[in-house]
Design a protein around this ligand. Sequence first.
Ligand code: PLP
Length: 425
Amino acid sequence: MSCNLELFERGKQSIPGGVNSPVRAFGSVGGTPRFVKKALGAHFWDADDKRYIDYIGSWGPAILGHAHPEVISAVQQAAVGGLSFGAPTEAEIEIAEEIRKLLPSVELVRLVSSGTEATMSAIRLARGYTGRDAIIKFEGCYHGHSDSLLVKAGSGLLTFGNPSSGGVPADFTRHTLVLEYNNVEQLERTFAEIGDSIACVILEPIAGNMNLIKPSEAFVKALRGLTEKHGSVLIYDEVMTGFRVGLGCAQGLHGIQPDLTTLGKVVGGGMPLAAFGGRADIMSCIAPLGNVYQAGTLSGNPVAVAAGLSTLRLIQRPGFYDELSASTRRLAMGLEAAARDAGVPMCADSVGGMFGLYFCEQVPASYAEVTASDRERFNRFFHAMLEEGVYLAPSAYEAGFVSIAHTDAIIDETIAAARRAFARV
Ligand SMILES: *Cc1c(COP(=O)(O)O)cnc(C)c1O
């Protein structure tokens, strides 16, 4: 019996579903999850000692590849100095300064331990600042698992076909309005009707939890214009896109200054670190300066900050994002060409180090379009690639991630594997 299967059976005895986050269970694609033994660069090895080219990179953080020596060394050095203090450190200021330098929209920033915490706190802050309750999110966007945001969320929920989660009182989501991504007309109509009661709009500025969906320029501009006009806080949830699509994040690509930004994934370099920040007048409403409460025992944890700080420094090497974008584009275009040659209707798209594969004729622009893609064929392709030693996201509704350790040779090896896989699906 495979060790992965043994571990999966054993894990289920002690952990719900054998996993600590639902998408890891392979529920949507079927089969046995791969248990990771170790990872290095673009690869990881599973419990059966099989090697995979990894295209999830811990769902985004591993932008430098796994176990980058400088990041590991920074973590080791920090760890021997103590794991957690519950008192401030200089390194926390350094990473805050680094974030401010890279994101001009961020004047003050607070560190937390997960993306969920960052978005939850940003929403509370926006409500505290405006004195309004209603919030707007978009269909298919995922902002972590806090109560008021689990409304038609993407990611794991989309995969399991639930419109929302059990355990969330209807009252808690009563103030959450869900609109369609890229629908400018609906957005304008909504703001015309109730704009002055909207505390904030939270957006995945490039959606990565319903596969990869880019916003139109008109959508992004309308959002900034309408929120400004009505005094609503615009929150760019860049937990996934932050330092993933470019050094200036999605807001840099859009040329938009959001009021608040949430960060996670890459900013922690693989450790539990996330952040939210933005305009000083809004951020000053947070305790101890203001009356919006937010706190955390492990917030700004020194080991996590060391990983994040060394990662943020390494991605600033000149040419880093040109290289990463070129590799990712090479992969996306190569896979699309391989599908075309095999007569499989699949298209691909990419931005920075993120890519999307869609088993349909055209790159989708909304949740409705992406869920109309051929999921069964994706699942067959996923398993064929897994056999070939290529680990894609185990769901048709997730984006993929490339790291700087994915060399052209590794990408070409992936495309060659895909040619064999497409022939079988
Ligand atoms: C991953 C993600 C989150 C949640 O972050 P966690 O660290 O998993 O809590 C929030 N928003 C977006 C856009 C994400 O991709």
